[in-house]
Design a protein around this ligand. Sequence first.
Ligand code: ZN
Length: 437
Amino acid sequence: MSGGSIVRTGTGFSLHRVHLHDSWVDGDASRHDAEGFGLYDLTVENDRITRIVPSGAASEGAQNDLRRRVVMPAFVDCHTHLDKGHIWPRQPNPDGSFPGALEAVGADRAANWSAEDIEARMEFALKCAYAYGTKAIRTHLDSLPPQETISWPVFEAMRERWAGRIDLQAACLFGIDTGRDEAWFKTLVDRVRNAGGVLGAVTFMVPDLDELLDMVFRAAIENQLQLDFHADETDALEAVSLRKIAEAAKRHGYEDRILIGHCCSLARQPDDEVLRTLDAVADCNISVVSLPMCNMYLQDRRSDGTTPRWRGVTLLHEMKARGINVCVASDNTRDPFYAYGDLDMVEVYRMATRTIQFDHPVADWPKSVFANPARAMGLDENYGRLAEGGPADFVICEGRSWTEVLSRPESGRIVVRDGAVIDRALPAYDELDHLME
Ligand SMILES: [Zn+2]
């Protein structure tokens, strides 16, 4: 093996001495090192992994001896906003605050979000995600009227265009109070169902939150839709919509998948309140996704020139301890909710490790960007793991251990999809310049 190439023999290749982690391979974990890595030889035929065996003496110095480089499954990014992405040059956040983000995005949406505009920015974002090694993405789509009539057809076309490279899902996004217009809400539900989408909303502590949640759950049950909420993206102690959603799920006997993002306020609440909420959540089919990059950017932003004092992320350790399915994801990229980002799940996992302390021990935290989001999105067991008989979709890192993988940008990683090394060239920023005038 030299540079970015893998020596092939016939219809496949073998990689020798790769480091696989016990959170993504069914190996003998007792053979693995203290960080959870074991040395394996991995064989690919056509587009499948045909063999994963512990490395032996003959592996050393063999063709494609990767000398302990980490090989990860392709990533699953379960919470993004492809429709908002990359508008920063024409619509920055004036002060880095959450209200500033809402207002800025609202103005840009009204002024600029034509089908052509959204399509070009989505295409750009998907090229980036693909080049970094991501295989499945769920995006939220701002669905306030009339935007839903523009964005959903674009999403459906993009899902088709990207099939086989990135599996795309979409969830509608609207302030739950907008659902008081029941006639409009019904048209949105029809649109989401017809597009094979997920029913989503942003919850706020409005006085009629329970009634509005009842309406959403009834629609989900009648139309057999999965649910995806933005909840409690605030430091306000009184924000308990995570618990309200869990209570509504219970009330309606809803057993399909629910994914809930953010839940920032939970980290600010007293222990008895937290325990009450976690009890309710653990009792439902709820997955939680934390968005460490966006939350660090927006939460505890102060206008008085003082320094932020909390991290903005939710209580993933406590949730995981209770068996709740926990994930981390990209969220926004280069838009008023987050000025940076490029849909690189290595960056997301690195930030999560620092912010949420996914270490000491690492344990199975890597599942938060692999098998866990796959489960939250209802993808099959081939996603987020490496197994004999599974697809040959994986990322060959430069690093050989967690400290090496997470200390550099991994810009020399090799991405293999369907058994072949892909072109990892990122699109140039100037591809979007014509939209930024
Ligand atoms: Zn979001």
